[in-house]
Design a protein around this ligand. Structure first.
Ligand code: BES
Ligand code: MN
Ligand code: ZN
Length: 503
C-alpha cells in the first residue's frame, strides 16, 4: 500500500474518509462535505446507532448526485481523548473496513480539531502509521490472491492535511518502524520447512544492505566458545544451529566518547517439538513461531537502522531447531554452559532458557552493554498469568523496568513486571549440577524460567520479556491483523528513542 500526503482539496470521486466526533459533532472536513452533499451526510449519521464513538463508522455507498464510490464516516470519540494510539487505531480501522470493499483510490481528510492535544500533522502521520501497520498480510503461499478473506489489498492511501510535507517528514521514521515490524511478522509467519537456523540467519544477513554489521557463528565456532547449553538443544536436529550477532553503530560520538551499546537478545527456536520430552500433537504447529523473540530482535535492528537511530545497538539471536532423534539430548543430561555453570536438563522442552543462557552470557562478555533486554516465547505459564494482553517482564533493575513499562504504555505494547527472588531461585537447585532447567514443582513456571536466565547476566542491568502470549494473535486488533504481531519492535524502538539516543 502506497501512502502519500496532499493538500486538503475536496476530491470529486473515489473513496473519501472523514471523521466525526462523539455526539455526532462534525469535523471541518465532514461539515464541508455535508454542505456539498446537501445535508445527506448528517442524515446518514443520524439514522441508526452511530454516535461518533471510537470504532463506530457509517458507509455511504455511491451517494446520489456525486461521483464518489463511497464515503466512510469514522467515529473519533471525544476530542480531548484523541492521542497517537487513537489516531493509529483510526488508520487501522480505515484499512480494515475499506480493504474488503473498495476499488478506487482512498483519500482521508484530516483537519484541526478543537480541544485535541495532537497537532493535525501528528494526527495525519499517526493515522498513516496505523493504516500501514494494519495493512500487513502474509500471502506468499496463496497462489490465488483473491482467496484472501480480507479481499484484495488497498493500493493507495492519500492523506489530506494542511502541511503535507511536514506530515510526510514525521511519517518517514514511523514508516521505517513499520518496515521492521513487517520484517518480524514475515519471519514469525514462515513455516519451519522454509525458515530454519541457516535460512533465518540469511534473512538477518540481508540487513547488511542498510548498514548493519552481521556475523553468523556456526556450530564449530560455538563449540570453541563453550556454548554447550545452546548446542545441546540443536543436537537432535538435521539443521545446523547458528548464532547471529548484529551491530548498528549509529551513535555519532566518536570511538571512546560513544557510550556502551544497548543490547537485545532473542530466543530463536525455529521449531519446538519439545525434543525427547515431546509435545502433544494438538497445536504443535504453533511452535513455528517459537523464534518470535529472535524475529523481534532482527526487526528491531532493521527499524533502528532504517530510521538511522543515534545509538549503538547490538542484537544477538540464538537459532536452533528442537527435535527428537537418535542424536537428541536426553532428559537428565548435564551440559556445561559458556559461563562455566553446569545444567541438568530434566526436560528437553524447557529449551529456550538453555539457548538464552549462552546467548546472554556471550552478549554480556563481548559487548559489556549498558543493558540487555531479552525476548522469548519462553513459557506457556505466562499465558496463564497474563493472557494475550501483556507480556511478562522480569528484571534486576528498577529503572530499566520503569522505562520499559512507560514505553509499552506509550505504544500500546504493554508489559507487566513479575517477581524475581531468592526463594524462587532455590526451586532450580539441582542434585547433581549447578542448576536444573525446570522448577522443582509445577508452580511459578515463568518465574523459575526467569530465575534461570538471571544466572547468566551477571551484574548487567537486564530485563526479560516473556512474549509467549503476545507473539501470535488469533483475532484482528486495531493495528495488528491476526497472526504474527511483532510485539516488542515498537516497544523497544520507543525505549531506545526516548531514553538512549544521543542528542
Ligand atoms: N516454546 C515453549 C513455550 C510456549 C508455549 C510458547 C506455548 C508459546 C506458546 C517452551 O519452549 C516450552 O515448551 N515451555 C515449557 C516449559 C516446561 C517444560 C517447564 C512449557 O511452558 O510448558
Ligand atoms: Mn519447549
Ligand atoms: Zn520453546
Amino acid at each position: 500500500m502506497e501512502i502519500t500526503f496532499a493538500k486538503p482539496t475536496l476530491p470529486q470521486s473515489g473513496v473519501l474518509v472523514v471523521g466525526v466526533l462523539q455526539n455526532r459533532k462534525l469535523t471541518a472536513g465532514a461539515a464541508t462535505l455535508d454542505e456539498k452533499l446537501g445535508g445527506s451526510l448528517v442524515r446518514a449519521i443520524s439514522t441508526g446507532r452511530f454516535q461518533g464513538k471510537t470504532d463506530q463508522s457509517v458507509s455511504l455507498i455511491a451517494p446520489a448526485g456525486t461521483k464518489y464510490e463511497r464515503i466512510l464516516v469514522v467515529g473519533l470519540g471525544k476530542a480531548k481523548e484523541i492521542d497517537t494510539l487513537r489516531m493509529q487505531a483510526v488508520g487501522g480501522q480505515i484499512v480494515a473496513e475499506l480493504g474488503r470493499a473498495v476499488d478506487g483510490s482512498v483519500a482521508v481528510w484530516v483537519d484541526p480539531i478543537e480541544g485535541c492535544n495532537l497537532k493535525p500533522v501528528e494526527m495525519a502521520a499517526q493515522l498513516a502509521f496505523g493504516a500501514r501497520l494494519r495493512s500487513y498480510r502474509f500471502d506468499l503461499y496463496k497462489t490465488k490472491k483473491d482467496d484472501d478473506d480480507n479481499g484484495p489489498e488497498m493500493k493507495a492511501l492519500r492523506i489530506l492535511c494542511e502541511t503535507p510535507a511536514k506530515a510526510a517528514k514525521i511519517f518517514d521514521p514511523l514508516d521505517k518502524i513499520a518496515d521492521g515490524v513487517f520484517f518480524t511478522r514475515d519471519l514469525a509467519s514462515e513455516p519451519a520447512n522454509i525458515l530454519y537456523p541457516e535460512t533465518l540467519a540469511e534473512r538477518a544477513k540481508s540487513l547488511s544492505d542498510i548498514g548493519i554489521d552481521v556475523e553468523v557463528l556456526g556450530e564449530e565456532q560455538m563449540r570453541e566458545l563453550g556454548m554447550n547449553a545452546l548446542l545441546g538443544v540443536g543436537q537432535g536436529s538435521a539443521r545446523e544451529s547458528k548464532l547471529v550477532v548484529m551491530q548498528w553503530n549509529g551513535d555519532p560520538n566518536g570511538k571512546g566518547k560513544a557510550k556502551a551499546p544497548v543490547a537485545f537478545v532473542g530466543k530463536g527456536v525455529t521449531f519446538d517439538t519439545g525434543g525427547i520430552s515431546i509435545k502433544p500433537a494438538a497445536n504443535m504447529e504453533d511452535m513455528k513461531w517459537d523464534m518470535g523473540g529472535a524475529g523481534v530482535v532482527i526487526g528491531l535492528m532493521k527499524a533502528l537502522a532504517g530510521r538511522k537511530a543515534r545509538v549503538n545497538a547490538v542484537g544477538v539471536v540464538g537459532l536452533v531447531e528442537n527435535m527428537p532423534s537418535g542424536t537428541a539430548q536426553r532428559p537428565g543430561d548435564v551440559v556445561k554452559s559458556m559461563s562455566g555453570q553446569t545444567i541438568e536438563v530434566l526436560n528437553t522442552d524447557a529449551e529456550g532458557r538453555l539457548v538464552l543462557a549462552d546467548a546472554l552470557w556471550y552478549c554480556k562478555e563481548r559487548f559489556k552493554p549498558q543493558f540487555m533486554v531479552d525476548l522469548a516465547t519462553l513459557t506457556g505459564a505466562i499465558i496463564i498469568c497474563l493472557g494475550s494482553e501483556k507480556a511478562g517482564m522480569f528484571s534486576n533493575d528498577d529503572q530499566l523496568s520503569r522505562r520499559l513499562f512507560e514505553a509499552g504504555e506509550a505504544v500500546g505494547e504493554r508489559v507487566w513486571r513479575m517477581p524475581l527472588t531468592p526463594e524462587y531461585d532455590k526451586l532450580i537447585k539441582s542434585d547433581i549440577a549447578d542448576m536444573q532447567n525446570i522448577g522443582a514443582n509445577r508452580g511459578a513456571g515463568s518465574i523459575t524460567a526467569a530465575q534461570f536466565l538471571q544466572r547468566f547476566v551477571g551484574k548487567t542491568p537486564w530485563a526479560h520479556l516473556d512474549i509467549a502470549g503476545v507473539t501470535w494473535s488469533k483475532k484482528d486488533a486495531a493495528v495488528v491483523p491476526k497472526g504474527a504481531t511483532a510485539f516488542g519492535v515498537r516497544l523497544l524502538n520507543q525505549l531506545v528513542e526516548k531514553r538512549y539516543e544521543s542528542e
